[in-house]
Design a binder for this molecule. Structure first.
Ligand SMILES: Nc1ncnc2c1ncn2[C@@H]1O[C@H](COP(=O)(O)OP(=O)(O)O)[C@@H](O)[C@H]1O
Ligand SMILES: [Mg+2]
Length: 205
């Protein structure tokens, strides 16, 4: 690893997809190899995925959603600004959930599907919600994947907060700024029903 003067490694997150190194002011996100793939192909796919993530982080920012500034993209590594703030999970409230709804409205309006909208992937800083993890994001303008996006967020609320109903309602109040919000919310409910049906016949996952 290149040595950066004055850069002290503070923390390392080992996720399923990536290794995230937190330094004082910057963050390095390195996409991990997938052992089951042919190495040459794996390298091509990781580079492609890394470029896509960096591109979507910038695209989200251009569309008014707070994201870290991208400093560099090198192969399977993104170097970005470290966002210093509070984990959204710690400070969740109806006001915060409404802000998240407004931000997701902007993403969806821009044709960005996030792929993993959970409080773990957001940081609250300077009065804004920063979306930090676009590792599963893609560009897509259909209702279905946007419905999945919203559904995943609602599920993450249920899993973590007793007042999830209130938080869900607040999200919707923000999300209705998106012109197709009604269609997406309806689809999210349908997806939830499908999920409950599958659970009934197969047992919980
Ligand atoms: N730009 C950033 N600024 C501050 N913390 C970050 C940043 N990027 C990632 N993190 C921290 O690292 C964790 C893992 O990063 P994330 O991009 O979500 O990786 P993964 O794809 O493995 O979930 C985040 O939950 C967050 O705590
Ligand atoms: Mg994450």
């Amino acid at each position: 690893m290149a040595v950066r003067l004055g850069m002290v490694l503070e923390q390392v997150y080992l996720g399923g997809e990536a290794e995230v190194r937190i330094y004082e002011d910057i963050v390095e996100k390195i996409r991990k190899p997938k052992r089951y793939r042919i190495p040459q192909l794996d390298e091509i796919l990781r580079r492609r995925r890394t470029k896509m993530e960096a591109k979507i982080i910038s695209m989200a920012r251009q569309n008014g959603v707070a994201t870290p500034i991208i400093l560099d993209v090198e192969g399977d590594k993104i170097v970005m600004e470290r966002v210093k703030g509070e984990p959204v999970k710690k400070i969740m409230s109806p006001d915060i959930s409404k802000m998240i709804g407004k931000a997701v409205a902007k993403l969806h309006k821009a044709g960005i599907v996030h792929g993993d909208i959970t409080p773990m992937n957001m940081i609250y800083s300077n009065g804004k919600i920063y979306f930090i993890d676009f590792g599963l994001a893609f560009i897509e303008d259909r209702i279905e994947p946007k419905g999945v996006d919203v559904h995943v967020y609602f599920e993450s609320l249920k899993a973590s907060f007793d007042n999830w109903r209130e938080l869900k309602q607040a999200f919707i109040e923000g999300y209705v700024e998106y012109a197709k919000a009604k269609d997406v919310l309806k689809r999210a409910e349908e997806i939830a029903k499908r999920g409950r049906y599958v659970e009934r016949i197969t047992g919980p996952a």
